[in-house]
Write a protein that binds this ligand. Structure first.
Ligand code: TLP
Length: 344
């Protein structure tokens, strides 16, 4: 048996054998000079899957989101974000650090901002207040336990954006998980957004990389920001070859991850100390709340580790993520560990 069953994140997934072979054979060139055919193939594929004109390969989701915010905003402006969103909480404050704009975090129903809340918080420019210029959505929503945003949220957000002349950016790090769970094609989410970032290096198992997609002119502009941020990569086709496999071979299997997360949630939700509604586990992320008379969260995580299970503490809760490198046996091991620790 392996030393640890790693439920910390789907970012821990190893590249597949097919990816390792593809990167050996990838045709490459200097991508900063526009010479890498494999990167170009990946960018075209990403754009066409999302129904957009163009795509940009970026080293990380954080860089993709940073570029999007930078493109759609100017100083003295404000960005509407959901209060638990990754872009606001977990990307080292790039909105203020890089774009010099302020985030306006708003409460939501499991990640889905209500139209009346957005509308009430759009600010028109005045001598005192920033002008709202951008709304960011996140689907699936990481800190809401992989929640899938209803399509209605996109429709309503777009309406408000059009009414006030705002842009909409989607942090779709796990947009394919959302689509697999809801049956809504990724294009149908993307069509309400001016730009979409999605990750190849999470459940889709690429070693590195994310995509930013939008219209052609915007992506040409984004390419300049990527360079300015140090994200221009030379023979990146080595990595992009894996991304192509992520998008062509790894999407449908995300459903297996969702089934495993549901099985795990169903088996542990009523153990002492745990607050979790199995129905809220829609995709591959479980966020449970932990309040135990004898164990703190760090103590519990240590005990899990002693039992071979790795999990993370997030937002006052504990997060377990399923992915291709945790199978049914790992899930069984986690269930056993939870029961052994919590029912003594
Ligand atoms: N999320 C990571 C950590 O940062 C927490 C994870 O393990 O889940 N948007 C969302 C919704 C994300 O979950 C992440 C990464 C990103 C953006 C940033 O992607 P990277 O890590 O590639 O910069």
């Amino acid at each position: 048996m392996k030393l640890y069953s790693d439920f910390r994140s789907d970012t821990v997934t190893q590249p597949t054998e097919e990816m390792r072979r593809a990167l050996m054979e990838a045709e490459v060139g200097d991508d900063v000079l526009g010479d890498d055919p494999t990167v170009q193939k990946l960018e075209d594929l990403a754009a066409s899957l999302m129904g957009k004109e163009a795509g940009l390969y970026v080293p990380s989701g954080t860089m993709g989101n940073s570029i999007a915010v930078k493109m759609w905003t100017r100083e003295l402006e404000e960005v509407i974000v959901e209060e638990k969103s990754h872009i606001y909480n977990m990307e080292s404050t790039h909105m203020t650090f890089i774009s010099r704009v302020t985030p306006r975090p708003l409460p939501s129903e499991r990640g889905a901002l209500a139209p009346e809340i957005i509308r009430k918080n759009v600010r028109l420019p005045s001598v005192h207040t920033p002008r709202t210029s951008l709304i960011c959505l996140e689907n699936t929503h990481n800190n809401w336990g992989g929640a899938v945003l209803p399509l209605e949220t996109f429709v309503e957000t777009r309406k408000i954006a059009d009414e006030f002349g705002l842009k909409v950016h989607l942090d779709g790090a796990r947009i394919f998980n959302a689509s697999q769970a809801s049956g809504v094609p990724v294009k149908d989410y993307a069509k309400y957004c001016d730009s979409v970032m999605f990750c190849l290096s999470k459940g889709l198992s690429s070693p590195v990389g994310s995509m930013l997609v939008s219209d052609r002119q915007t992506i040409d502009y984004a390419r300049r920001f990527r360079k300015a941020l140090g994200g221009g990569m030379r023979q990146a086709g080595i990595l992009a070859a894996c991304g192509i496999i992520s998008l062509t071979k790894m999407v449908a299997r995300l459903k297996e991850d969702h089934l495993r997360a549901k099985r795990l949630a169903q088996a542990i939700y009523d153990l002492p100390g745990i607050t979790l509604k199995p129905v809220d586990v829609q995709t591959n992320i479980i966020v449970l709340y932990f309040n135990h008379p004898k164990l703190t969260i760090p103590e519990f995580l240590d005990k899990l580790k002693e039992n071979g299970i790795l999990a993370l503490s997030v937002f006052g809760g504990i997060r377990l993520v399923t992915h291709k490198d945790v199978d049914d046996e790992d899930v069984g091991r986690a269930i056993k560990a939870f029961k052994a620790i919590l029912t003594v």
